[in-house]
Structures are given as structure tokens and as C-alpha cells.
Design a protein around this ligand. Structure first.
Ligand code: GDP
Ligand code: MG
Length: 306
């Protein structure tokens, strides 16, 4: 039976922030929990640049997860100031926090994250992620022990965001820390971001997955066209790069690199939209865009500041 919004007060409802150093699997967990890929992921730190909500609604609860860019203090560029503020904003007015760590060990950056949570009044659950990488689960015991000594976590749950194991236990633990509704969003809504935003992110995801070294950090993606009037959705994106030499790399020999970025991004878009997509990508040079607040605002980075 499909519940309507007004019976929502029987459900648990609340906001939860996903916290953790870059690369621990916050966005992967978000996608797993909402059951749809809405937040881009890669093996590189700082893939997530915008705050995004993932909404999970079941018979028992509606939980809104906030995926944040990781806190970054090494680089002082305007872009990083913006993403940092976005990460901090994710901690205000939430009902619970899920902090993620990697099961292969506690790191100094995990302590930095923990530092930002000290004296915070809401319950913090610790998710020890990537347990699919462990051959011997006994290896978790010393880590759990250490975590218990460092902070009074409301719960410690080993999980794999990648294959979903034990994520139901994480949800149950969260529900135990939430109050009854009313819920805040329609039952079928999975995110606060629109299709245009998410499709543009799929292009950025491929830049992070396919380009080497520092290059992805010096790129930005703008949406030029999103035409869904017909059975095939026409999408046109512009990739901004910092230097002419970067443009050559993004395009690649005989355009091969750009073609592969486009093919993979288009596949993700089609999966997300459930429709055929015609994607066109262009590359343009704009020197110093990541240092320029006006350019950042044009590329949508101002939204996260409110
Ligand atoms: N083996 C394994 N890899 C994972 C798991 N969760 C995330 N990853 C990988 O870790 C990398 C970083 O994940 P991402 O979600 O982008 O991390 P974020 O920076 O915290 O958002 C990606 O390559 C993911 O595929 C997991 O449970 N197991
Ligand atoms: Mg992320």
C-alpha cells in the first residue's frame, strides 16, 4: 500500500549528515541508501563539490542524508573556501550524524573530522566502511576498541557501502535515534537536486575518473542545453579548463579522450533518466576560474552558501 503524506506522522523522520575524510565512501553510501545514483564518486579525494540531499523513504521512516564535500584546509583557493563552508553548513540543524571511517585503520584525518564533532549535541554513529576489503573480520575488533575510547559514539556499525552489507543495521540504528514525523518530502522524491544538476555532475565524474593527476581539480562543467521535449533528451555541456595545454589533454588524440568521457557520462545519464540521451561536449579555456568568485557563482557554486 502506498502511504500518503498525511499519514507520515507515523514514520520516523530526520536529517542526517554524512561526515568523514575524503574518499571514505560517503557518496557511495548515499547512493546505496537512496537506491539510486545521485551523487558522483571516484577514487580521488574531493570529487564531491556540492552539498546534495539524498532522501530515503520506507514503510518505517524517511531519512534525509546530507552528502558534503570533505573539509579541505590545504588549499586556499576560492573554490575550496566555498566547499569547506558547504561542509560545515551540513552539520547545522541535523538530528544525527554518521561519521565514516575506512576499516583498514584510523587515520590522522579521521581525528580531524572527529575534532569538528566534539561538543556537538546530536548523536554520532560511526560507520566502519569497506568491510568487503577485509579477509578477516577479527581485524575490526581493535579498531572498534580504539573508536570507543576516542568518542562516545551512539553506535558503531561495520558496513560495506559498495555491496550494501549491514547497511540495514545502520538504518535501524539511525531510526532508533530519530523522532516520529511528519515527513518533509513526497514519498517518491530521492534528492533535492534536479535532473539537470545531476546529469552535469555525471560529466564531472568522468573527468575525475578518467583524467590524471591534478587536472580534474582545475576543471568545471556548465550546462548549456537540456532539451527533454522529445523521446531523446538532448544535453549539451561545456567543460571549462584552466590552460590551453589542459584543453588538449581533455580532448585527447583525435578526440578520443573526450569521446570516452562523453560515452560514459551519457550511459550514466541514460540510467538515471530512464531515457535515451544525445550528449554533446565542448571544451573551453578560462584561466584562473577556480580563483575567481564571479566565475564560481556562474558555475553554480554560490548556491551552497545560503
Ligand atoms: N571496496 C570498497 N570500496 C568502496 C566502498 N565504499 C566506497 N568505496 C570506493 O571508495 C572510493 C571513494 O568513494 P566516494 O563515495 O567517492 O568517497 P567520498 O569522498 O567519501 O564521497 C570510490 O572509489 C568508491 O568506489 C566500499 O564499501 N568498499
Ligand atoms: Mg563524495
Amino acid at each position: 500500500m502506498k502511504r500518503s503524506l498525511d499519514s507520515g506522522s507515523n514514520l520516523k523522520f530526520g536529517y542526517t549528515t554524512l561526515m568523514g575524510r575524503p574518499n571514505v565512501g560517503k557518496s557511495t553510501l548515499l547512493n546505496r541508501l537512496v537506491g539510486k545514483k545521485i551523487s558522483i564518486t571516484s577514487h580521488r579525494p574531493q570529487t564531491t563539490r556540492h552539498r546534495i540531499l539524498g532522501i530515503r523513504t520506507t514503510e518505517d521512516s524517511q531519512i534525509v542524508f546530507i552528502d558534503t564535500p570533505g573539509l579541505e584546509n590545504k588549499r586556499a583557493k576560492a573554490l575550496h573556501r566555498v566547499t569547506n563552508r558547504s561542509a560545515m553548513a551540513g552539520m547545522e540543524n541535523v538530528d544525527a550524524i554518521v561519521m565514516l571511517i575506512d576499516c583498514r585503520g584510523w587515520q590522522r584525518e579521521d581525528s580531524d573530522v572527529l575534532q569538528t564533532l566534539v561538543n556537538n549535541p546530536v548523536p554520532v554513529l560511526l560507520a566502519i566502511n569497506k568491510i568487503d576489503c577485509l579477509r578477516n573480520k577479527d581485524a575490526l575488533l581493535p579498531l572498534i576498541d580504539k573508536a570507543r575510547k576516542l568518542y562516545e559514539f551512539a553506535e558503531i556499525v561495520p558496513i560495506s557501502a559498495k555491496n550494501g552489507s549491514n547497511t540495514d543495521r545502520l538504518i535501524t540504528s539511525l531510526e532508533n535515534n530519530l523522532m516520529n514525523g511528519p515527513v518533509g518530502f513526497p514519498m517518491e522524491q530521492v534528492t533535492d537536486r534536479n535532473e539537470r544538476f545531476i546529469c552535469t555532475e555525471f560529466v564531472r565524474e568522468q573527468l575525475f575518473r578518467q583524467l590524471g593527476q591534478e587536472l580534474p581539480y582545475a576543471t568545471a562543467v556548465e550546462l548549456l542545453e537540456f532539451d527533454d521535449e522529445n523521446s531523446i533528451i538532448r544535453i549539451q555541456n561545456l567543460i571549462w579548463v584552466d590552460k590551453p595545454s589542459h584543453k588538449a589533454i581533455v580532448i585527447g588524440k583525435q578526440g578520443r579522450q573526450l569521446k570516452q568521457i562523453g560515452t560514459r557520462a551519457r550511459m550514466e545519464m541514460q540510467r538515471f533518466l530512464g531515457k535515451k540521451v544525445h550528449l554533446e561536449l565542448r571544451v573551453k579555456v578560462r584561466t584562473g576560474w577556480a580563483d575567481n568568485p564571479a566565475a564560481l557563482a556562474e558555475l553554480g557554486y554560490n548556491e551552497d552558501l545560503t
